[in-house]
Design a protein around this ligand. Structure first.
Ligand SMILES: Nc1nc2c([nH]c(=O)n2[C@H]2C[C@H](O)[C@@H](COP(=O)(O)OP(=O)(O)OP(=O)(O)O)O2)c(=O)[nH]1
Length: 157
């Protein structure tokens, strides 16, 4: 099973604005999301998160600036080869300006105006808690279309 990262740049504590990217290619194309991807051989979740954030939107962060917000497991019963987990991070400090890359077009949103309808269906269950500073652990089971959520269990810490 593969492991991935997802990094959410935010401004403010509590969070006031979040940087999301419109994914232009690959898994999740056409959805707004945070920035991340597969953890490569030899990487830790943190080193992968730093690399993916830079690759996908140009922001440069130090490992110590990543706030560990927990872990989610995504299960696709109809396509088990898609099963994966994601390590979630918030980052509030970085160098550089967000820029469009071949993978993502970044855009700032007020936390009151997050475009959940254009995001993965599970995000509205856990992202509000993460933005309030809670760590989450859980599992999301997708239905046969690999889009809708069939079952979801989220624990907050
Ligand atoms: N917000 C949110 N993000 C998700 C969900 N499912 C899911 O894979 N992601 C994130 C985790 C990863 O950051 C990304 C998928 O990673 P990936 O490695 O398959 O994507 P990729 O095509 O960009 O591949 P890569 O070359 O960058 O590694 O999408 C979800 O349900 N909600």
């Amino acid at each position: 099973m593969r492991s991935t990262t997802l990094c959410l740049p935010v401004e403010g504590r509590p969070a006031e604005r979040i940087l999301l990217g419109m994914k232009k290619t690959g898994f999740g194309r056409g959805k707004y999301n945070g920035f991340g991807g597969k953890i490569e051989d030899g990487e830790t979740p943190v080193t992968a998160a730093v690399r993916e954030l830079k690759e996908e939107c140009g922001l440069i962060v130090r490992e110590e600036d990543l706030e560990d917000m927990g872990e989610l497991m995504f299960v696709f019963p109809e396509n088990p080869e898609l099963d994966h987990d994601v390590h979630l991070y918030i980052v509030r400090s970085w160098k550089g300006q967000p820029k469009e890359t071949p993978e993502m077009k970044p855009e700032w949103f007020a936390v009151t105006e997050i475009p959940y309808k254009e995001m993965w269906a599970d995000d509205s269950y856990w992202l509000p808690a993460v933005l309030k500073g809670k760590r989450v652990k859980g599992e999301v089971v997708f239905s046969a279309d690999n889009e809708e959520v069939d079952a979801i269990t989220i624990r907050t810490e």
